[in-house]
Design a protein around this ligand. Structure first.
Ligand SMILES: [Mg+2]
Length: 337
């Protein structure tokens, strides 16, 4: 069925029927605005992401269901990076004329499935026909206990720099897609269906374990660069400590140049944070409880030392904090990042 046959209001009605209500939702989809309530003592977090076909994704490389899931996760990841829990999402869609109702339904199935998994709910949005590519605009709102929100500006000299999970998997998958090569299913999943680290972010904030935090969307060097700038500090990273998946290590064995993807690849959606070294045993216990690796990859240093990387041979070099820039010249693999 073509979308024109179902119509905008028919489409909204199908979403309304499928979107579950949730905690704090006084009135969800169906009026001029949603009416929402925050728990007492919590602050509101809001964030927005735009995903454009041909810029952020290619329809031919993924399926609509996983695209729906990823649209939620990349947004919720920003809420997690503040130490918050996601509560409400809003979806704006520009739908190309060749997109069928069935494809749209798959997208919505994935979107709503992920929203539910994160304990949030869809409370509003807008949709219209796109004369060009598929446009996906998602706004997420979350809540964090007042004063517990984790900003980028709290890192101090002498603290450790930590990261969750493994790095570079998503960027490696993207590089393989771009080259038309076969992609390991694990790597493919890391790119098409990343997981926002909500439980970790909430625990770090609630227990006051971290001093600054960000999620890795543009690469470790670029995102750590934001923490360093906001905190007025530098950093020394240890190349040998960067956590890599088995699939990535196998690829790296054949091509040592891939180490660059670990540092500047992006779209890992892991959490990068700083913490006093005295918190290490608490972080180990949290890692065990969440069954999620937490790795110290370096130390916070004085600002005049900048961002540096020490390799296995003990050689130290400066790193460029510039990550992916959507407004820089577009070429090759960057086009679809
Ligand atoms: Mg972010």
């Amino acid at each position: 069925m073509k979308l024109a046959e179902l119509g905008e209001f028919g489409f909204i009605e199908t979403i309304r029927a499928a979107a579950a209500s949730g905690e704090g939702v006084c009135h969800g989809i169906g009026d001029d605005c949603a009416v929402l309530e925050l728990p007492v003592g919590q602050r509101l977090l809001t964030t927005k992401d735009l995903l454009i076909e041909g810029v952020h994704f290619q329809r031919g490389w993924t399926d609509s269901r996983r695209l729906g899931r990823k649209s939620v996760s990349v947004n919720v990841s920003d809420i997690a990076a503040m130490g918050g829990r996601p509560r409400h999402l809003y979806l704006g869609l520009g739908v190309p004329v060749d997109f069928s109702v069935e494809e749209l339904q798959l997208f919505m199935d994935g979107f709503l499935e992920a929203v539910t998994e994160y304990g949030a709910c869809l409370v509003g949005g807008d949709t219209c026909r796109s004369p060009g590519p598929l446009l996906i605009s998602v706004t997420a709102e979350g809540a964090v206990p007042a004063g517990r929100e984790l900003l980028r500006g709290g890192a101090e000299v002498g603290q450790g720099i930590y990261v969750s999970g493994t790095l570079g998997d998503s960027a490696l998958a993207l590089q393989l897609f771009t080259s038309g090569l076969a992609v390991d299913p694990y790597l493919e999943d890391r790119h098409h269906d990343p997981t926002a680290r909500v439980a970790l972010g909430c625990a770090l904030a609630k227990d006051g374990l971290a001093t600054a935090m960000i999620d890795i969307s543009d690469g470790v060097t670029a995102d750590l660069g934001h923490i360093l700038k906001a905190s007025g500090v530098g950093a020394l990273l240890e190349e040998t400590l960067l956590p890599l998946s088995e699939a990535f290590q196998m690829a790296l064995h054949n091509d040592p140049q891939l180490m660059q993807l670990v540092l500047s690849g992006g779209e890992d959606y892991e959490l990068l944070f700083t913490a006093p070294l005295g918190n290490e045993s608490a972080l180990r216990a949290l890692s065990d409880r969440l069954n999620l690796p937490l790795t110290r990859i370096g130390m916070v240093t004085p600002s005049d030392e900048g961002l540096r990387l020490r390799n296995a041979a003990g050689e130290v070099r400066n790193l460029d904090c510039r990550g992916f820039n959507h407004f820089s010249a577009v070429s090759g693999a960057e086009m679809v990042k």
